[in-house]
Design a protein around this ligand. Sequence first.
Ligand SMILES: *Cc1c(COP(=O)(O)O)cnc(C)c1O
Length: 370
Amino acid sequence: MLHAARHSTWLEIDLEAIRHNTSRLRDECGTEVMAVVKAGAYGHGGAMAARAALRGGAAWLGAARVEEGLELRRQGIVAPLLILGFTPPERLAEALEARLSLTVWRIDHLEAASAAASASGRTAAVHLKVDTGMNRIGAPPAEALALASRIRHLPALVGQGVYTHFARADETDRTPTQKQQATFSEVVHSLDAAGLRPEWIHAANTAGALAYPEARWDLVRSGVGIYGMHPSPAVPLPEGFEPALQWKSTLTEVKTVAAGSGVSYGHAYVTRRDERIGTVAVGYADGFRRVDGNFVLVGGKRVPIVGRVCMDQCLVQLDAAPEARPGDEVVLLGAQGDERIGAEEVARRWGTINYEVTCGITERVARVYR
Ligand SMILES: *Cc1c(COP(=O)(O)O)cnc(C)c1O
């Protein structure tokens, strides 16, 4: 393999898959797409993923924090970019200079953004967030009209969008999302009636976009879908999306360990006979969790990680891959031969969701782009 000799552990990221998935989602939904590239594009690398999504037709980018938006701008990304979280007043001047669109939901946000914009002779583009049931951030629906009107009347503000966020669009029970959608529709209609409807109305994340066509509005905000990962077991991606990320490492050692020997810290695993044990150059400091029951692929076969995962290394039992030799490729996430380990499978084993699996892969793991 091309990169095996250079890196201990690395991600192979297929930018063409991100481009393709973005375009696929846009066709599926018939609306514009905001590519959500927060948290380093869920581990895929923020700027590289953003460019691929833009090539796939994304009209917008979404970041969680002003720090992320500024970094994307430093990397030369000029596309419309919405900060989905709270922007501290101390960072407003920088955010406006970088032409980041801001999420606002309180009168003090409007006043601070307006003051910062006036002070620098700019305007602040804002999206009003309405809380229809997530109970995280956003204005109460009853306050939306007054806030939208205030945005219209503050000369340094440009009301670019109004949006909400679903708490349970990835579940089988449709009632909670339908309720949020109904509340949000009422808000949009009241804005319409008052002549305050902005250009961009948006509500759905990937699961919402796929399962609730009525919630697609002008724009869908997709993270997990453009990376080719399933929103949930209840809302899988349709045909034609491709996972964009593979996580690999190499065998740095292969040896026969005598029967009855303890392996790795605490000797938590003891060989039952003479066993072929391999060492893999990946550990919990890379984001590979220190839990029992991990599997990886070696020689196209599924093989168990045995003993405790160390900070930088772990050990693998190679009965199923008798030909394995030092230098062989190990796949933690992705395909090898006819076998595949998805982020969804690892998430089940770790008692979490696929999002946390890829977001948890640390900076130390090299990113290699195709
Ligand atoms: C993260 C996020 C998204 C993207 O969600 P996916 O489930 O990855 O599609 C959309 N909207 C908001 C507000 C978010 O924070």
